[in-house]
Each structure stands twice: as C-alpha cells, then as structure tokens.
Design a protein around this ligand. Structure first.
Ligand code: HEM
Length: 206
C-alpha cells in the first residue's frame, strides 16, 4: 500500500485475504459429499460433534468479554450455535468424541481468549458469516443425510441473514484498530479457516 492510500475496510480485507483459505475449506470432500447428498450420516454428525467444543469455547469467551471495548460488540446471542448443536447431537443420539482437530481448535480459542481477546473476533467472523452463507446451503441438505433438520443451521432469531451479515461487517468496520491489530485479526481469520478445514477433513476421514 502506498503511503497515501486509505487502508481497506476490515470487512473487505477479511473477505479478500481469506479467499484462499475459504477455497481450501469449501473444497473439503465432506462438503462436496453433503451437497451431492452422498455423505454418510456419521460423517456429517462427526462434523457437528467436532465443531461443538470450539463453539462452546468461543461463545463462553464472547460472553465473558462482553464488556471488552472491542469484543463486546460481537457478543450476539442471536448468532450463537452451542445450544443448537447440543440439541441436534442429543436428537441424533450421538455420544461420540469430537475429532482431535475440534479439541485443538477449542484450546486455541481458550488460549487467545486469555492472551489476546480481540482475536476472538476473527473466529466469530469465520464461523458466523460462514454459517449465514454456505451454512444456509448445507442446512438444506441435512434432512436428506441425517434424517432430520438441524437446528445448527437455523437462526430463528434472525429474519434476514443478508442483513445480519451486513450488520456484522459494519461492526467490523466500526472498530478503531491499530494497523497491527487489523493485520493480526486478518491473519487470525485464516488460522480460523484452517482449523475448520481440519475438522471437516477429520470428520470425513472417520
Ligand atoms: C460448504 C462449502 C461452502 C460453501 C458452498 C460456501 C459458500 C459461501 C458463499 C457463496 C459465500 C458468499 C456469501 C455472500 O457473499 O453473501 C460465503 C461466504 C463466507 N464463507 Fe463460505 N462456504 C463454504 C464453506 C465455508 C466454511 C467451511 C467456512 C468457515 C468455517 C466459510 C466461511 C465463510 C465466510 C466467513 C464467509 C463471508 C466472507 C465475507 O463476505 O467476508 N465457508 N461462503
């Protein structure tokens, strides 16, 4: 960037600079199989189980930092997925252990929550905008694969996912960050994508 050019809005940077990581995530064979409706039910259930520890850690951390000057704006219970995941896994009578990548991801979130809480925003961005985007497409396939709709993909308190995404991006752009903080957040979003890709790969491998 030249000295005089204005820095890009954070939401634009996040989208542009995670494009490669998004492509890697999107190409995980598990998702292709879900879209083709050829995914074995246990693999989709394993994805949900694998995501559970990270959502639990992230949402506890977002709530715990609800008074934080940056993180506070991202304490948004209408987006939270932990309760939905718990309900889905109970309905599916799943008692499996999360894939190792799910445990590692949750530990990472706990660690940044203590060390550098504003980085939690990168994980909220990666998961919730993903859930409101590709997640909505995946959710439509759930019934064909696991035999029931999944609460995980439904946002009963959000009428318009597009408007919710716009509002989320505005919250990102309204933050007053130093360039170091913005760079760290964008880098952390790619880390978040890669944790998610690992979970999808492990759930697929069984
Ligand atoms: C299952 C395969 C996937 C498909 C088909 C897919 C599809 C999409 C699409 C079409 C958008 C653009 C939505 C829009 O502009 O309104 C999007 C955005 C997004 N997706 Fe995915 N996605 C997939 C997987 C994932 C995964 C695994 C993650 C991360 C966990 C993720 C995270 C995101 C994020 C954060 C955005 C918002 C980008 C931005 O506008 O800043 N996606 N996805």
């Amino acid at each position: 960037m030249s000295e005089n050019s204005a820095p890009s809005a954070l939401s634009i940077r996040l989208r542009e600079e995670t494009t490669d990581a998004h492509t890697r995530a999107e190409r995980a064979p598990l998702f292709a199989a879900i879209f083709r409706e050829t995914c074995p039910a246990p693999a989709m259930v394993s994805l949900l189980r694998g995501l559970q520890p990270a959502y639990k850690a992230m949402e506890a951390a977002l709530e715990g930092h609800s008074e934080h000057p940056l993180v506070g704006a991202f304490h948004r219970p209408e987006l939270y997925r932990s309760a939905a995941l718990k309900a889905d896994l109970a309905d599916l009578k799943d008692t499996s252990e999360p894939v190792p990548g799910g445990v590692t991801y949750a530990k990472h979130i706990q660690e940044i929550s203590e060390r550098e809480p504003f980085l939690l925003i990168a994980h909220a961005y990666t998961r919730y905008l993903g859930d409101l985007s590709g997640g909505q497409m995946l959710g439509k396939k759930a019934h064909a694969i696991v035999g029931q709709d999944l609460a995980f993909y439904a946002f009963p308190d959000i009428k318009n996912p597009g408007a919710a995404k716009t509002a989320f991006r505005k919250r990102l752009d309204d933050m007053d960050l130093t360039s170091e903080q913005a760079n760290a957040l964008v880098a952390e979003a790619s880390v978040a994508f890669d944790f998610n890709t690992a979970i999808a790969s492990e759930a697929w491998a069984g």
